[in-house]
Design a protein around this ligand. Structure first.
Ligand code: MOS
Length: 677
């Protein structure tokens, strides 16, 4: 195996006028240097979402144009990682520079670059029911406010890395963290013009993904292409700095919300207008307005999304894309309205809950949002909350209590699972679906053990290999709801076959004696139920903060999350999903931000020392409770899955608690100490 190191652009906008690879090519150990002048051949995939997709629509090294700082402009291959990295720094590049746009205030909204045209529109983000203007005119209480979020970087513990291995020129094995090995298999096959079965993706474990490892990135495409040309196994590992530009971020957002309500608190008008940014080389809209028609009932409801192009890398899915920043704005605005009306914020939400999805016109199935609010309030002791700001103090610090709602749609895809009952009494469960650290191995093993009436230690689960039956995607918090129904079905079938073929008593003996084996493969897929119901999960966060005003020091002291996710398959891993998401939300609320240098266009934070997220010392005990019932309208296991919902509403709950503590409304994330002064 040989090693590749990326050469990346030092400017954010312009053109390569010369690229001198002489010194790099003759450096010790160097095997090859690829640039746009000798780029290995790849084809453009169809880029149909949910079929084959690459994150960055522009293929790597396709021309001399530079669209963002850190863009890949070359790959040096050498016998060791160190020699490849050294030689990569010997590549001399000259540019014709154009002024980059890296600040949203300077970007043009809704002016698509020629490459995209109509694709710039995000139709689902725009919706209107009733007449917002006249609804608002008739309201007794009105608030209008603008909320912003900063650019957040994907920073999973495990950096992006790939090994591409070719047997001859037509059989590719890729070892790469992938949330979706079957999609990745199709995509690499299209990129190289190969039948799908000639490509294998292997991802048994992932060290964190959160949306940035669902599809191939440019470095992966380049690695596989270079490996084919060289007929060598090639490994490429990205540095943290390279990841800031090349493996996705969550776009900054600016959201303006208007709420109009009657004196009793019932909403009559909601408007939600969103601006987010994308890259010149792909279109991604942070879909913040998706949650608006799902949360609160209002006869006059309007949502709008606008998009601007900046000279930055590709923004992408990042834990609850849309729902998370969307609820930051909406749940902050609901708190502002509650203060305006002098109504308890829990009461205001209970009063305005919608029983149907107002854009889709469908009733929600097994919705226990009100129960989340009531149970959370009770566990937290919400009834003791002082009705004034700056009313609670402890040890010389101001204390505030805040809450916010959570939601995330319940998704599910088709999955196939193979179950083998071995004669030695063990069972093997095989499917390509992934565990990206969520506990899928545990949930699949537990489910199978229960149906097969085996101790869980005797169940072996294999996941994350495209050779196995199609197990769907670990994205959109859908892996559990996708896999579990198929596991149930396959286990039931294999057990039936085994019992039918073998007399009951003989079957029990056989399990110990090791004489025969049975196998079944079963598939489960969503049916027509989505035409009758809107499937969505719900929750509420309650928290306490303390603020030392003299030094603007903020602590989150206490956290209660109550979630309604349908059937809980495993209490420990499900609660762990919520805790992890709350921690990530605390990072978003208080720490995470990426600015781009206005002169060179590069992120000014580019490693784990400069891009801050929480450590253990920043995190209080997080109490997690699940309420509700299995959602059998959704699937035979009643499971809706859990993951992304945990981060939704977290930042709003904190900002709302801060307002209660110090009487200052903060509408810009992250809430760093300067904003508290
Ligand atoms: Mo997630 S943002 O669907 O990996």
């Amino acid at each position: 195996m040989v090693h590749g190191y990326l050469v990346t652009a030092n400017i954010a906008h312009g053109q390569i006028t010369s690229i001198d690879t002489q010194a790099a090519a003759t450096a010790p150990g160097v095997i090859a240097v690829f640039t746009h002048k000798n780029a290995p051949t790849v084809f453009k995939p169809t880029n149909n979402f949910m079929k084959s997709k690459i994150y960055e629509a522009r293929l790597p090294l396709s021309d001399d144009q530079i669209h963002y700082a850190g863009q890949i402009i070359g790959l040096v291959v050498a016998d060791t990682f160190e020699r490849a990295r050294h030689a990569a720094h010997l590549v001399k590049v000259e540019y014709a520079t154009q002024e980059p746009i890296v600040e949203a205030s300077k970007a043009n909204f809704n002016e698509a670059p020629p490459m995209f045209g109509e694709q710039m529109k995000f139709e689902k983000g725009n919706f209107a029911a009733g007449d917002f203007a006249s609804g608002m005119a008739g309201a007794t209480a009105k608030i209008t406010a603008t909320y912003t979020t900063s650019t957040e970087l994907h920073a999973p513990m495990e950096p992006h890395a790939i090994i591409a291995h070719w047997q001859d020129a037509d059989t590719l094995t890729v070892y790469e963290p992938s949330q979706w090995v079957i999609g990745s298999q199709r995509t690499y096959a299209e990129l190289f013009g190969l039948p799908t079965e000639k490509v294998r993706i292997v991802t048994p474990f992932i060290g964190g993904a959160f949306g940035c490892k669902a599809f191939p990135w440019s470095h992966g495409i380049l690695c596989a292409a270079a490996a084919r040309q060289l007929q060598l196994s090639l490994k490429v590992v990205l540095s943290r700095r390279q990841m800031t530009a090349n493996t996705g971020h969550r776009s900054q957002t600016e959201q303006t919300i208007s709420l109009g309500a009657n004196a009793d608190g019932s909403l009559i008008a909601i408007d939600h207008a969103v601006k987010s940014c994308t890259s010149p080389v792909d279109v991604f809209t942070e879909p913040c307005t998706g949650i608006t028609p799902a949360m609160y009932a209002a006869p006059n409801l309007r949502t709008r999304q606008e998009l601007a192009v900046m000279n930055v890398g590709v923004p992408t899915f990042m834990r609850a894309p849309g729902e998370n920043p969307g609820l930051w704005a909406l749940e902050s605005a609901m708190d502002e309205l509650a203060w305006e009306l002098k109504i308890d914020p829990v009461e205001l939400r209970l009063k305005n809950e919608t029983k149907e999805h107002q854009r889709r016109g469908l009733p929600f199935s097994a919705k226990y949002f009100a129960e989340c609010l009531r149970v959370g309030a009770e566990q937290f002791g919400w009834q003791d909350r002082p009705k004034q700001v700056r009313a609670l103090t402890r040890d010389g610090q101001l204390i505030g209590w805040g809450m916010a709602a959570s939601t995330f749609p319940a998704l599910r895809s088709a999955a196939s699972v193979t179950v083998r009952l071995l004669a030695n009494g063990t069972a093997h469960i095989l499917t390509s679906g992934n565990d990206m650290g969520t506990g899928a191995y545990t949930v699949v093993a537990g489910t199978a053990a229960e149906v097969l009436e085996l101790p869980v230690e005797q169940v072996r689960v294999e996941l994350g290999d495209s050779l196995l039956p199609n197990g769907g995607m670990a994205g959109g918090s859908q892996m559990t709801a996708t896999l579990v129904p198929a596991v149930l079905k396959a286990c039931t079938e294999v057990l039936k076959t085994a019992k039918a073929t073998t007399a009951q008593e003989a079957f029990a003996t056989l399990r110990q004696s090791g004489e025969a084996a049975f196998e079944a493969t079963a598939s489960s897929a969503p049916g027509e139920e989505g035409k009758q119901w809107a499937f969505q999960s719900w929750g509420a966060h309650f928290c306490e903060v303390s603020v030392d005003e003299e030094i603007a020091r903020l602590r989150v002291n206490r956290w209660v999350s109550v979630m309604n996710i349908g059937q809980v398959m495993n209490a420990k891993t499900a609660a762990s999903q919520i805790r992890g998401a709350v921690i990530m939300g605390i990072g978003q609320a208080l720490m995470e931000e990426c600015h781009f240098d206005p002169n060179i266009g590069y992120p000014v934070v580019y490693d784990l020392a400069t891009y801050h997220f929480p450590t253990h010392a920043d995190i209080p005990r997080i109490q997690v409770t699940f309420v509700g019932e299995p959602d059998f309208n959704f699937n035979p296991a009643g499971v809706r899955g859990v993951g992304e919902i945990g981060i939704t509403g977290v930042s709003a709950a904190i900002a709302n608690a801060i307002y209660h503590a110090i009487g200052k409304r903060i509408r810009n994330l992250p809430i760093t100490p300067d904003k508290l002064l």
